[in-house]
Design a binder for this molecule. Structure first.
Ligand SMILES: [Ca+2]
Ligand SMILES: [Ca+2]
Length: 99
């Protein structure tokens, strides 16, 4: 498999690892979502100073308002975070070049 294919597989595996904990394997309940964030994105959570950050993020992601996060909604978190990371990466590269 290529690197990109591996990344996509990881996203799916990680989502289901947490989503399958209760009887509804298609989406992350509040509990499953908090656990996923705490375990898989600890650095991102540390950067959020608001203690209700997880709750806020979940509400923002929940497009269809069923208070669960499905794969599509989870992907918008991954995409959003990846885009901010990419900006940091580019800034970092530019700094390196100037030296
Ligand atoms: Ca679930
Ligand atoms: Ca939802």
């Amino acid at each position: 498999m290529t690197e990109l294919e591996k990344c996509m597989e990881s996203l799916i595996t990680i989502f289901h690892h947490y989503a399958d904990e209760d009887s509804d394997g298609k989406s992350l309940s509040k509990k499953e979502f908090s656990k996923l964030l705490e375990t898989e994105l600890p650095n991102f959570l540390k950067s959020q100073k608001d203690p209700k950050a997880v709750e806020k993020i979940r509400k923002d992601l929940d497009q269809n308002g069923d208070s669960k996060v499905d794969f599509e909604e989870f992907m918008s978190l991954v995409v959003g975070l990846s885009m901010s990371c990419e900006k940091m990466f580019v800034l970092h590269q530019q700094k390196k070049c100037k030296k």
